[in-house]
Design a protein around this ligand. Structure first.
Ligand code: NAD
Length: 257
C-alpha cells in the first residue's frame, strides 16, 4: 500500500516504536492519528507531524470502538490501523491472574477488538490494512517472561488467521516481529535481558523504516532484524536442538546475578 493520502491510526503512538512509525508514515504522506493511553505523548508526536491525537486505553474494547468512530467522523475512513501498543512483564506461571489478564488484553485482545470493529467495513470497501506489532518473542520465545512469549505468539497466530481468512477479500495484514529495540520497554527490562538484546538492538526509527517498506511491499511477516528468520528456521528444523540451545542461554543468564 502506498501511504500517500491514506488515513493511518497507530496505537501506542506516543512513545517508542509507535511514535517512530507515526513519524515515518507521516513522512510518506499519510494522515496519521496518534493514539495512546499517554495523551501528552500522543499530542507531542501528533503536533510534530500535523497529525491528530486521541487518548485510547487499548485494554478496553469500548475505547477502541469510540476511537474508530471518532476517526471516521473527524478524519475519514481508516485505510491502515497499526496495533502497536504493548506491555512486557516478567515471570512464569506464578504471575498473578490479574497480570496475565492485563497483558492478554493489551498484547492480544486489543488486536482482536480492533479487527472486530474494523474488518466488516474494510471488507465492504474491499480494502484495508491491519499492521499488528508482535515480537520475535512470538516466533521463538522470551527468556524470563512466559506472559510476554505467550501473548506475542497469540498475536502472531491471530494476524496469520486474519491474513488467511480475509486476504482474498482485499484485507492486507502485516505482523511485525522485532528483536530488541531501544525504547523504554527495553530500558525497563531485567538488566540480563538488556545485556542479551542490547548489542543487536535497533533504533525505533530503523524499525519504522522496515515497517514502511513492509507495508509498501504488502509483506505479511516484517522482520526488522533479518537474523530472526534464521532463528525461526532453526527452531522448526530441529525443535529439540533449539530447546537445548535456549536452555544453555537461560543458564548463562541465570549465572549473571
Ligand atoms: N522494545 C523492544 O525491544 C520490542 C521488541 C519487540 C517488540 N516490541 C513491541 O513493540 C511495541 C511497542 O513497544 P515499545 O518498545 O515502543 O514500548 P514503549 O513502552 O516505548 O511504548 C509503548 C507505548 O504503548 C503505550 N501503551 C501501553 N499500554 C497501553 C494501553 N493500555 N493503551 C494504549 N497505549 C498503551 C505506552 O503509553 C507507550 O506509549 C509493543 O507491542 C512491544 O511489545 C518491542
Amino acid at each position: 500500500m502506498n501511504l500517500d493520502g491514506r488515513v493511518a491510526v497507530v496505537t501506542g503512538g506516543g512513545n517508542g516504536i509507535g511514535a517512530a512509525i507515526c513519524r515515518r508514515f507521516a513522512a510518506a504522506g499519510a494522515r496519521v492519528v496518534v493514539t495512546d493511553i499517554d495523551l501528552a505523548g500522543a499530542e507531542r508526536v501528533a503536533s510534530a507531524i500535523d497529525g491528530v491525537a486521541f487518548r485510547t486505553d487499548v485494554s478496553r474494547q469500548a475505547d477502541l470502538v469510540s476511537l474508530v468512530g471518532h476517526v471516521e467522523q473527524r478524519v475519514g475512513p481508516i485505510d491502515l490501523f497499526c496495533s502497536n501498543a504493548g506491555i512486557a512483564i516478567e515471570g512464569g506461571p506464578e504471575t498473578p491472574d490479574a497480570d496475565w489478564r492485563r497483558i492478554i488484553d493489551i498484547n492480544l485482545m486489543a488486536h482482536v477488538w480492533a479487527a472486530r470493529v474494523l474488518v466488516p467495513d474494510m471488507l465492504r470497501r474491499g480494502q484495508g490494512y491491519l499492521v499488528n506489532v508482535a515480537s520475535a518473542a512470538g516466533l521463538v520465545t522470551q527468556l524470563g517472561s512466559a506472559p510476554y512469549a505467550v501473548t506475542k505468539h497469540a498475536a502472531v497466530a491471530f494476524a496469520e488467521w486474519l491474513a488467511v481468512s480475509y486476504g482474498d477479500r482485499g484485507l492486507k495484514v502485516s505482523c511485525v516481529c522485532p528483536l530488541g529495540v531501544e525504547t523504554a520497554m527495553l530500558t525497563g527490562a531485567d538488566p540480563r535481558i538488556r545485556a542479551l538484546l542490547g548489542p543487536e538492538a535497533l533504533s525505533p526509527d530503523a524499525v519504522a523504516e522496515a515497517v514502511l517498506r513492509g507495508v509498501e511491499a504488502e509483506e505479511f511477516l516484517i522482520l526488522p532484524h533479518p537474523q530472526v528468520r534464521e532463528f525461526v528456521r532453526r527452531k522448526v528444523d530441529d525443535p529439540d536442538r533449539w530447546i537445548r540451545g535456549m536452555q544453555r542461554l537461560q543458564q548463562q543468564l541465570d549465572q549473571i546475578s
